[in-house]
Design a protein around this ligand. Structure first.
Ligand SMILES: NC(=O)c1ccc[n+]([C@@H]2O[C@H](COP(=O)([O-])OP(=O)(O)OC[C@H]3O[C@@H](n4cnc5c(N)ncnc54)[C@H](OP(=O)(O)O)[C@@H]3O)[C@@H](O)[C@H]2O)c1
Length: 301
């Protein structure tokens, strides 16, 4: 059966080694993807606006057009999925071109803005569709990042299990105290840990941040780009994502609104006291879309 997700993964894989932006992406009946020639049986054609190549922000700009040539194979839901996830498949290409790491945060929060109870429990605020979405995003990003407390409390695996695709590089921020990294699922030889000098036992690729906390996150994103991580999915927790937002180091915020109310717990975002509504952080563009029987918010900064 034709699987549009496989097509998206194949496009990302080809774009990761492409030296130039393809003008056309041909999608074949057996999900094969080609940038330079139409195969025998093309069922979809993606045209890329290469004239504006040097100005494209893949997360915000409209730079491709999708033409479906075989509607019996590619249905409306496939087209929606292609439109939604394709920009992220391009993030590595443009990050490489601009030597920048695109940063996208994701939370599952309650209607009253909580991402965990006061006891640190956050499983499962979101629904199954949100979990699948998060795994798709992991597969489309080069890195996945969490703060040290999320590592400690949740011990997440941070891999891609719900869909087909490659695992991103796992990145941990912080770890004051004596975290024993060997006991965490997300720590493996390829993981990157940004830590204060001499605060942690070394494991994985430990990079010491010699400055005061909070870390300068633009500096961290630059270091990730130098390590060929051109897109990073930030999966919390509150302190980590709030630091990114407060330092204007986020390109996109994704929030899954779960139809639950806690009335207490950990706020999704928490930072300096803002006295006037006119000083609130606002987005350049926003959209909402259904995710299962709940809602997802996407805001570009
Ligand atoms: N619902 C969801 O979608 C979701 C997602 C993820 C997590 N969570 C929940 O969120 C909770 C954890 O959130 P949290 O706010 O307590 O902790 P967190 O953000 O996971 O981790 C905070 C720690 O990370 C390090 N850190 C992060 N950014 C830093 C920066 N810019 N500079 C220096 N250090 C930095 C610091 O470690 P050190 O101080 O140790 O150096 C800091 O104490 C857990 O209960 C988890 O279950 C929910």
């Amino acid at each position: 059966m034709f699987d549009i997700w496989d097509v998206i993964v194949k496009i990302r894989t080809k774009l990761k080694i492409a030296s130039k932006l393809p003008e056309k992406i041909f999608v074949g009946l057996s999900e094969e993807v080609s940038f330079d020639r139409a195969g025998e049986n093309v069922c979809a054609l993606i045209s890329v606006n290469t004239e504006i190549e040097n100005e494209i922000n893949p997360l915000t700009d409209c730079f491709f057009d999708i033409q479906i040539l075989d509607k019996s194979l590619v249905n409306d839901a496939d087209i929606e999925q292609l439109k939604f996830y394709l920009p992220y498949a391009f993030a590595n290409f443009f990050g490489r071109k601009y030597q920048k790491c695109f940063s996208i945060s994701h939370f599952a929060q309650t209607l009253d803005g909580k991402i965990a109870t006061n006891h640190g429990d956050s499983k499962w605020i979101g629904n199954e569709e949100n979990l699948i979405h998060a795994h798709k995003m992991r597969a489309l990003c080069d890195g996945i990042l969490v703060g040290a407390r999320t590592l400690e409390i949740d011990n997440p695996r941070l891999n891609v299990r719900k869909v087909h695709g490659d695992n991103p590089v796992k990145i941990i921020l912080g770890g004051k105290g004596n975290l024993n990294l060997e006991k965490y699922n997300a720590i493996e030889p390829s993981s990157i840990v940004f830590k204060c000098p001499k605060n942690l036992r070394d494991s994985g690729d430990c990079i010491e941040i010699s400055e005061e906390t909070p870390f300068n996150l633009h500096n961290i994103l630059n270091q990730l780009a130098k390590k060929k991580i051109y897109s990073v999915y930030i999966e919390g927790g509150s302190y980590t994502t709030s630091c990114f937002l407060e330092q204007y180091a986020l390109d996109q915020v994704q929030i899954h609104f779960s139809c639950k109310i806690l009335g207490s717990g950990l706020n999704a975002f928490e930072f300096g006291n803002i006295g006037k509504i006119s000083d609130a952080i606002v987005f350049k563009s926003v959209r909402f879309f259904p995710i299962g029987d709940e809602m997802m918010f996407i805001g570009n900064l």
